[in-house]
Design a protein around this ligand. Sequence first.
Ligand SMILES: [Fe+2]
Ligand SMILES: [Fe+2]
Length: 391
Amino acid sequence: MPGKVAKIGTFSDWIGLFNDWRKEIGVNTKDIEAFQFDTLYGAIETEDIEFGSYKGRRKWENLRQMPTQQMRDALLNMIVYQGDTEFASVEQQRNLLDNAPTDWDRRAITRVMIEEMRHGWQMCALLVDHFGYSGKVEAQKMLERRAFENKRLLGAFNVDVDNWMDFFTYTDFVDRDGKFQLQMLKYSAFAPLGRSMSYMLREEAFHMGTGNDGLRRIVEAGIIPAWLIQKYLNKWISSSYDLFGTDHSSSAHWAYVWGIKGRYDEPKNEKAADLDDLNDYNRNLYRDEVAGLIERFNLSLQPGEPRLYAPDIKFNRAIGRWAGQKFHAKTGEPLDGRAYEEHLKEYMPSAADKKLLLEIIGNERKWIAEKAGARDPLASIAEVRKSAINL
Ligand SMILES: [Fe+2]
Ligand SMILES: [Fe+2]
């Protein structure tokens, strides 16, 4: 908002706001309170800019080295959007700490929340350390928006994640969108952003693993019917498609030309980038990965259950060329208005579906298979960061 006055002068001032935010949204449990938050930098593959107009030149270490103000603004914007999703996800999941299906899951969600807060912290550290007054204002605003007041910057991050089916589907697929975004920023010409990504990506792997294995445990338990699981896949995967942004996006175009954000497969992709179609290119890579993971769930399905699938890329979209149009979730065929209304009832979770789900979770002790042979998530949390380089 224009005219906003920064209350913070230094990063320690920001930490004070962060501590207040944790208390205010109600996630300051003993385990979380005890965690030592920190800024972590890791190695990047190369010190030279990897793509775009400045390819081959030295990566930038600070904003003064960046050629134009437009480029600095685009970079600031990327960091703000990334950080916003991190704090938002904690707000979305905040009510699940008390009702985990097992103690392992409670410790896993605690770790996921700690690491998402650390990711938000990392983005705010970049803003405060590199972007002067406007960075401080943005870092402060990051803790003022609320997912549950519909104020977070991207749609999927304002939706409640208020049951454990949502949680596992979210961490498997929305966090996987996160992995794609982080990977694309890891190639950034702004070196401190690239170096921030290595640890965030390692942490992200635990979130996706928790989600993917949680869904496998649900499929394996065979208590929640596959048709109901499919509805949750349709809900979260379709909104994850949106997270890749509009088709023919000019901001993606310029972020690539300026070397700020690459394609997901940048280092091994030898073809010249189609600058007009970057978001959709990455979105399709994401869809392929997701479809492969869902095929694996099908190996654990009870006999006679319908096979699970990734929804069609055109289904239930709110962003891009298919936004607001009507397509079949499985086949991608166009549907007319009346048929589509019925279709949504069959393919997206309704209030009655949610009621059924909560009844199953509340009454069937074995709705999810035990987590076998896994280590305590809070005991292994420090391992990923042993080799961090703190610049
Ligand atoms: Fe994250
Ligand atoms: Fe995550």
